[in-house]
Design a protein around this ligand. Sequence first.
Ligand code: PXG
Length: 492
Amino acid sequence: MTPPSTLASTPAAMAPAAPGAVPAGGTSGRTSGRTTAQWQQADAAHFLHPFTDFQGLARKGARIITRADNIYLWDSEGQRILDAMSGLWCVNVGYGQQALVQAATRQMQELPFYNAFFQTATMPAIELAELLAEVAPPGFEHVFFSGSGSEGNDTIVRMVRRYWDVLGQPQRQVIISRHNAYHGSTMAGASLGGMAGMHAQGGLPIPGITHIQQPCWWTQGRPLGLEPEAFGLQAAQWLEQRILELGPENVAAFIGEPIQGAGGVIIPPASYWPEIQRICQRYGILLVSDEVICGFGRTGNWFGCETFGFQPDLMTFAKGVTSGYVPLGGVMVGERVARVLIEQGGEFAHGYTYSGHPVACAVGLANVRLIQQLGLVAHVHDDVGPYLAQRYAEVQHHPLVGQAQTCGLMGALVLVQDKARGTAFPEEYEVGMVCRKHCFANGLVMRAVGDRMIIAPPLVITRAQIDEMIELIHRCLDLTLEEVRRNGWGGG
Ligand code: PXG
């Protein structure tokens, strides 16, 4: 096991305080003279939060997060919280890593911004592109930078359609994705995604995007009495069926997250991705792996496609590339696409002001180097990943848990009303939200997606911290079970 001392970051308290600065305290220190209620009032008055019922939040008041270190957050009331979601699936190296702070500071002083549009480049962008080509699977030599995962997926749509145009097959427009996928919140990102609630707002999906069923054995394979591996093959067949319905000559690409993250950590059976790859190859269709969550060590390899044994043509990345310290995303472009765009494509009329932003790239560079120096990919693969799997096998025995599954440092617990039969709770009970409320009150960030409780802790987590997290999870499951029984909802 990697000794914890090499993984722990410098405690914020040890950093010298600037004259007159408010101390980085968990309680009133960071509140700059306002109470939590005053912060909440100002928040409700001016800040429209993403994916939020504005009125509902205004009534309740947001939790104000004031500082963080390693895998812990502190709120404005001084409560310490174990962040089992890595911010939002992104703080892979944990909080407080001074190498990233210094890289940003240095770059801001030297060259805070210059663009990459008019035949210019900055050194951090070049160096990061070079390093990403080194850590990516073989065959990925080129990078197109964006500012986020959503923008990265917009780039994917533009790029795959451009690829087929250049090859003289402009009718190859359709991109196939999956229900319950999450690929971002821009028009193209949300269209690629398969979230019904998002499609219901704003006339989505945009034309040329279609969705097949997701490979969720628990909700789809199990009721049919299929073994996971047989179900994986069947779920891949849904892709072939759709390709044949559309006509293979009209299909540009298939996109998927190796593990669906925001959809509830849906880990596909091992048979699924190799069969998807075979089908894409059979019809010449581009295969896109959305690595925004699975990339940068999350599943125990640098990229999720390596864990699941497939070789995509394009990979979207974001989040873990900078561990969320600053925004950055992009697309890793495999040789099949890169050669066509470079050698035959002429100008690709696409790009963002912040494509290759020097500060973001400098932080990305420091972050990827830190992942290498700390050996975090091996730490997940050989140590904490298997250890989490072992501890989750125990959580599986809890009366509320129907299924407990992990891959690397992603985990899902399915809450069930009847453990023996694996029956789901009625949706209106919102049992996931009940559990989340107990997590919130007990100093644990665990996300609820319907009845699936999900985690994705920072990769620097140690075995001892996994023990601490599992203890909290048990406590919150027990409190949820008590409430379920008090309400007469069954349970166990
Ligand atoms: N692809 C995947 C697979 C993602 O998970 C995006 C693209 C979009 O990235 P940006 O950087 O544009 O947000 C994501 C983002 C959740 C949640 O509820 C997940 C994400 C974003 C917001 C909420 O789990 N993932």
